[in-house]
Design a protein around this ligand. Structure first.
Ligand SMILES: NC(=O)c1ccc[n+]([C@@H]2O[C@H](COP(=O)([O-])OP(=O)(O)OC[C@H]3O[C@@H](n4cnc5c(N)ncnc54)[C@H](OP(=O)(O)O)[C@@H]3O)[C@@H](O)[C@H]2O)c1
Length: 277
């Protein structure tokens, strides 16, 4: 069984470098798919209120714990959705997520998008700080925050986000944000690390896959890992789920890493944070 190494967040909490994402996993399939991922060796799962499948994630986690896995081995992330921003509504949204999940505590709670036109991400984050201080969540952070949002947050809040989860893959290198994260001690977690599959047609990645005897997905995920990113690929079959976790037994040499780095073209698979409000 393949296992991900751990990364220690800025508050001392460990998270898997490679976890399992469940965006667009139908609610009715989610528990069994997450159980498959846990059986395969994954220990970190990324969901969100928006995905409508928190209950399935919680069922799989509670099933694993009932089967002998310790809850402490597992790491669950969820996110407060845009319509719930604001101090009181975020506290209520957290309660609703925990009810769906059926868990006693959460490992990581994120603000899903900054939604700058709403102007509410600071009180939203203050609610996350309250939950963190109360011990209901082990780490807090943000998602889709641009440098300007991070600076505003740090000026007004006390707990440095443990994570900023952003769209990141070889076509979108996010150099400015990653440099800022390194300066601030914020872990960079890549969403759509495979560009939702669009990147599989890239000829450079296909050539690297052939040269290394690996799939394109494995080349891309290995590039993420060696670049210091946390990653949460989503997949729907046992074979892909297993393949995506099998990226810790080979390395890309400096020349191969440079060829992937050179693919950056500011090309997104999802929305730009300024478009989401
Ligand atoms: N914070 C945010 O705003 C945000 C936004 C988007 C996503 N996310 C998180 O990031 C996670 C990952 O992003 P994502 O789901 O958008 O995209 P992704 O992980 O980049 O790509 C998933 C796509 O790649 C395919 N795939 C995965 N492994 C494969 C393999 N080994 N070979 C061939 N195809 C493979 C999947 O197909 P099948 O499913 O058919 O196997 C699916 O179509 C999400 O699930 C979610 O948890 C967060």
């Amino acid at each position: 069984m393949h296992r991900s190494p751990k990364h220690t967040l800025n508050n001392g909490v460990d998270i898997d470098v490679l976890g399992f994402g469940v965006y667009k996993v139908p609610a009715e399939d989610c528990a069994d798919l997450v159980s498959t991922a846990l059986d395969t060796g994954y220990r970190t799962v990324d969901t969100a209120a928006l995905y409508g499948n928190e209950a399935g994630v919680g069922t799989a986690v509670n099933r694993a714990v009932a089967g002998g896995m310790s809850r402490e081995e597992l790491f669950v992330t969820s996110k407060v959705w845009n319509t719930e921003q604001g101090y009181d509504s975020t506290l209520a949204a957290f309660d609703a997520s925990m009810e769906e999940l059926g868990l006693d505590y959460l490992d990581l709670f994120l603000i899903h998008w900054p939604c700058p036109e709403q102007g509410l991400f600071i009180p939203t984050y203050k609610a996350l700080e309250t939950l963190y201080r109360e011990g209901r969540v082990r780490a807090i952070g943000v998602s889709n925050f641009e440098p300007v949002h991070l600076h505003q947050l740090l000026d007004a809040c006390e707990v440095v986000p443990a994570v900023n989860q952003i769209e990141l893959h070889p076509w979108l290198a996010q150099t400015e944000l990653r440099t800022l994260h390194a300066q601030l001690g914020i872990a960079t977690q890549a969403w759509s690390p495979l560009a939702r599959g669009a990147i599989f047609d890239d000829p450079v990645l296909q050539a690297l896959a052939a040269e290394n005897g690996r799939s394109v997905a494995q080349i891309v995920l290995r590039w993420h890992v060696q670049s210091g990113h946390l990653v949460i690929p989503k997949a729907s079959s046992v074979q892909r789920i297993r393949e995506n976790l099998d990226v810790f037994s080979f390395t890309l040499d400096d020349a191969a890493m440079a060829r992937v780095d050179a693919l950056d073209q500011d090309r997104r698979a999802g929305s730009h944070p300024s478009q989401v409000n």
